[in-house]
Structures are given as structure tokens and as C-alpha cells.
Design a protein around this ligand. Structure first.
Ligand SMILES: Cc1ncc(COP(=O)(O)O)c(C=O)c1O
Length: 400
């Protein structure tokens, strides 16, 4: 009998982690690698949030809690949804998990049956298709295109819906493109969903606060209140609050769905870390003053990277509305040969050669379901970004 489950055969390990590992190996060999692969802010958790975690430890808030979150955090989450998104939820409609990732995983485990389809706009966050497969479902991809800012159209969404569609998975601003749907663009999609009452909406709003320039974040149940009863609105503290290691994510939606997700979590991890939950209460209820200056910094870095990449022969880089990623096209590099003699036949070959020959680690587009592209996370210092872009420029200049 085989040891490993058949379900696991359908799942691949995270390619973003693979890139980080390869970059670490090269660094261990003494190579000066600049890593632009990791999807987390380079600044520290704000002090008032850390203090809340420390206070939780010191006051003995170190025991098990209710499976899907302490009442204080659920209350803070309801207040956040009202304040930021004009959405009314009660604490019984809220589920807190160990990161946004667990919340999405719980939702799929709780709802998917074999043959159920989940529509995922591409490019997508690497974990979505594999989480769908772990839940026994089938990912169905709808491709965005560079000339539409990587956003999908209403017609594309309509064409992808079948009687088997269970979820439409939406992510804006997006990882990996930074694309943010405007109210009107999202309304065009929610109008389609209104015509298909059997389709549920899972919206991953993780990058809500990382919205730049004139872009205004919006979320499906806010844009189309008639979808409220079949929408799971998911969010978390990992990105905007620089709390990736604290592992707190949350979602709100119809009570029977939330109860089913609680059942999954009760037989897997139980409650998310108690100390982190108290820190998240402070994150949501406390000052948000640090977000605007952080966004100013991200905007500066985004502009630096977009300008530098567009100056590289063979690369076209659109300007994203949010998150901390850019997703340039390398269509103009495919078929060329590097100065060291490597043929660039795919975006994976491009990323591998860039790491080996120019010592810059990026993630290739095939990992996110749209080629030929690569993703840069610009959540790192201006100096590192400038040096990385100079190296990419030299690399591209050397292609023949
Ligand atoms: C789009 C998106 N959703 C969810 C997550 C997961 O966040 P967490 O670290 O809270 O599990 C990430 C993390 O990279 C992400 O990019």
C-alpha cells in the first residue's frame, strides 16, 4: 500500500518558497543574491501591536480560546468591516484562523465536493489552485491580460460559469500583479454573479490597505449588497500591519458556512495563537497612522521599479494600483540567449538565469498561471531595489 495519499499527488509545493530556498543556498555559497521573491513587508510589526502581544503574555492570556477566535477580536473585526467596508456582520458570522491561508483552506474543506469548480482569475496567488485540489475541487482559470491591467472581464467570467461552479475566488489588489479593480470594474463582475445564484464568492481582501494613488479599494458584498448572503469576505493582519509571523487571518459570511469552517478548524489546529489574537485586537482597534507613511514608501519603490524595468529591453511593466508586487511581461526576451549562453525559452528559464547569472531572485510567471512574466516583490530597501534593477538591466542588455 502507498504511504502518501492520492490527494497529495494533485498538489505541488509552493514555488515562491522554492525560489527563496534556492536564493538562500546561493547566499550560503557566498554569492551576493538580492531576493525579490518574498511576499512580506520589510518593516517590523508596529510597537503598539507588539506591546499588546507582550501584555497578553504577561497577563496570562496564554491558554486555549474558542476555536475560531476570542469575542474581543470578533468584535474588532465586525467594527473593522463596518468602518472600512460598510458591511454589517455579527460576531457569530466571523471566523478567525492562523493566517488568511488557513481561513481560505477551511472554506474550501468545508464546502467542496468532488467535481465542484472554483473560478480563479489568472495570474493568481500560488496557493489557490492547490488549496482547491486539497479540498477535492477543480480550479477553473480565467486569464487576465497585460493590456487590461491583468483584470478579467464580465464576459470572461460569464463564460467560465457552469452548473458545477461553487465559488468565484476574487483577489484585489492582487498578488502577483498589484492590480486593483475599481468599483465599476467589480460591479461588472458582480452583475454577472447576480445572474447565477448557485455561485458563491470568496473575496481575498488581504491587500486592502495597500491601495495607492487614486485607487479606492472595494469588496464584492459592498459593491453588490445582494451578494451578501453568498459571499465570504476574507482579510487579515499579515500584510498591512507587518504581522506575517503572527498568523492571524479572518473572514465573515453566512453563519452556517462559518459554523462549518469552525468544525474543520476544531479538528485540525483549534484556536489561532492566543497571544497573536490579542495583538490583532490592538492592530484593528488601535491607530492606523503608520499605514499612510508606509504606503508612501511603497509608492516610491513601486515607481522606482516600474520605471527601471520599463527601461530594460524586452520588458514591459504596467503600473499596479496596490499590494507590493509588479508583474512585468518578458515576451520580448523569449527566444533570446543570455551573455552566458543560456537560451531563454520560458519565464522559468529567465528567472533561473537571472538568479544564476545576475544574482537577483524573482518568481517566474508560470507559478502564478500567466506566462511569460515574472513577479517582483518590492517590499525591500530602495538601495537593494536599485541594485537589483541595475542588474536586471545589464542582464537584459546582454541578451542577443
Ligand atoms: C493574496 C494573498 N492571500 C492570502 C495570503 C495569506 O496570508 P497569511 O500570511 O495571513 O496566511 C497571502 C500571502 O502571501 C496572499 O498574498
Amino acid at each position: 500500500m502507498k504511504l502518501l495519499s492520492a490527494t497529495l499527488d494533485r498538489v505541488k509545493p509552493s514555488p515562491t518558497i522554492a525560489v527563496t530556498t534556492r536564493a538562500q543556498e546561493l547566499r550560503a555559497q557566498g554569492r551576493d543574491v538580492i531576493g525579490l521573491g518574498a511576499g512580506e513587508p520589510d518593516f517590523d510589526t508596529p510597537d503598539h501591536i507588539k506591546a499588546a502581544g507582550i501584555a497578553a503574555i504577561q497577563s496570562g492570556k496564554t491558554k486555549y480560546t474558542a476555536v475560531d477566535g476570542i469575542p474581543e477580536l470578533k468584535q474588532a473585526i465586525c467594527a473593522k468591516f463596518k468602518r472600512d467596508n460598510d458591511l454589517d456582520y455579527t460576531p457569530a458570522q466571523v471566523s478567525v484562523g492562523s493566517g488568511g491561508k488557513q481561513v481560505i483552506y477551511n472554506a474550501f474543506m468545508a464546502t467542496l465536493n468532488p467535481g465542484d469548480e472554483v473560478i480563479i482569475p489568472a495570474p493568481y496567488w500560488v496557493s489557490y489552485p492547490d488549496m482547491v485540489k486539497l479540498g477535492g475541487g477543480e480550479p477553473v482559470f480565467v486569464a487576465g491580460a497585460l493590456d487590461r491591467g491583468y483584470k478579467i472581464t464580465a464576459d470572461q467570467l460569464a463564460a467560465a460559469i457552469t452548473p458545477q461552479t461553487k465559488w468565484f475566488l476574487f483577489n484585489s489588489p492582487s498578488n502577483p500583479t498589484g492590480a486593483g479593480y475599481s468599483w465599476d470594474e467589480l460591479k461588472a463582475l458582480t452583475d454577472v454573479l447576480l445572474r447565477h445564484p448557485h455561485v458563491w464568492v470568496l473575496t481575498d481582501d488581504m491587500y486592502e490597505h495597500l491601495a495607492f494613488d487614486d485607487y479606492r479599494f472595494c469588496t464584492p458584498a459592498q459593491v453588490e449588497p445582494q451578494l451578501y448572503d453568498r459571499t465570504l469576505t476574507m482579510n487579515g493582519v499579515s500584510k498591512a500591519y507587518a504581522m506575517t509571523g503572527w498568523r492571524i487571518g479572518y473572514a465573515a459570511g453566512p453563519q452556517p458556512l462559518i459554523a462549518a469552517m469552525r468544525k474543520v478548524q476544531s479538528q485540525s489546529t483549534s484556536n489561532p495563537c492566543t497571544i497573536s489574537q490579542w495583538a490583532a485586537v490592538e492592530a484593528l482597534n488601535g491607530t492606523h497612522d503608520f499605514i499612510a507613511p508606509n504606503n508612501d514608501m511603497f509608492i516610491r519603490r513601486r515607481n522606482l521599479v516600474v520605471d527601471a524595468l520599463n527601461a530594460c529591453p524586452g520588458i514591459v511593466c504596467p503600473m499596479p494600483e496596490g499590494a507590493f508586487y509588479v508583474y512585468p511581461s518578458i515576451a520580448g526576451c523569449i527566444g533570446k540567449t543570455t551573455a552566458a549562453g543560456t537560451l531563454i525559452e520560458s519565464d522559468e528559464a529567465f528567472a533561473t538565469a537571472l538568479l544564476d547569472e545576475a544574482e537577483v531572485a524573482v518568481v517566474f510567471g508560470a507559478a502564478f498561471g500567466l506566462s511569460p512574466h515574472f513577479r517582483i516583490s518590492y517590499a525591500t530597501s530602495d538601495a537593494a531595489l536599485q541594485t537589483a534593477c541595475d542588474r536586471i538591466r545589464t542582464f537584459c542588455d546582454g541578451l542577443t
